[in-house]
Design a protein around this ligand. Structure first.
Ligand code: UDP
Length: 245
């Protein structure tokens, strides 16, 4: 078992991408439902004032460091965090492996048509992949029994939910025992990127740890959310001081 690093109130797994994929493989082989969370600075900040989200993240089987902020925080606290494991990249790695493992995916979330486009893209990129169902992420409570029945009938090994944070984590956690899908991952904007509806930052920006800036530039409605980042830095710094004093 790898080390877990407590960042603010969440235990984040100190894993490489390869180790994260191995952990997901173990969950599928074991078969009981588990949550996998991809924690960026915004999610970690949200969890400081959302007790339900905090409880869910700490009950997750695997929490990867999605974002330069999470990797920085772990290292600032003097702990090891080998690399960033972005949710989008984790999904691509799992999809790449899926045909040889016969893993089945269900894509739940995003605007109507987006999950279908993401499915078509995955089938093109990863020949032989089995995507056994899609459903958009705009629904009322009255629609939920039908959505649950659709997912159960499809019997996926991996359920990807793109409903935004924290809705996706809360929805998956509330329903995973009923659904009995082994791997449940909240994937945010992954289908939008796969469908070509939203662009991912160019590699040079990802490498310069500036993906957050690119997303804010592209979707100015997100810019207000950036205020969480300096708050995150201050809180991590305080955590470090509290530990060492
Ligand atoms: N979304 C959804 N249902 C909702 C709210 C959001 O399906 O009720 C989708 C939205 O269309 C988008 C994704 O959830 O595809 C959220 O993406 P975003 O990049 O904003 O994720 P976050 O940064 O919140 O994780």
């Amino acid at each position: 078992m790898n080390e877990r690093v407590k960042i603010l109130d969440v235990n984040v797994d100190s894993v490489t991408m390869t180790q994260a994929v191995e952990r997901v493989t173990e969950i599928i082989e074991t078969g009981s439902p588990e949550l996998v969370a991809t924690a960026n600075a915004e999610m970690l900040m949200m969890s400081t004032h959302d007790a339900e989200l905090n409880r869910i993240l700490n009950a997750a089987r695997l929490v990867v460091a999605d974002g330069a902020g999470t990797v920085w925080a772990a290292r600032h606290l003097g702990k090891s965090m080998p690399e960033r494991v972005a949710g989008y990249d984790l999904v691509q790695e799992l999809m790449k492996l899926a045909p040889s493992k016969s893993w089945k995916f269900f894509l739940f979330g995003s605007s109507p048509g987006i999950a279908d486009k993401a499915k078509a893209k995955a089938e093109k990129l990863y020949p032989g992949i089995k995507i056994v169902g899609t459903r958009n992420g705009y629904f009322s409570a009255a629609d939920e029994p039908e959505i649950i029945a659709q997912i159960k009938q499809a019997e996926p090994d991996i359920l990807l939910a793109a409903l935004g944070v924290p809705k996706q984590e809360k929805w998956l956690f509330a329903h995973m025992n009923e659904l009995q899908v082994p791997v449940n991952i909240g994937v945010g904007g992954t289908f939008d990127v796969m469908a070509g509806a939203v662009k991912r930052a160019p590699l040079w920006m990802q490498r310069a740890h500036l993906e957050w800036l690119f997303r804010a530039m592209l979707q100015p409605s997100r810019a207000g959310r950036l205020i969480a980042l300096p708050k995150f830095v201050m809180k991590v710094h305080k955590q470090k001081k509290d530990v060492s004093s």
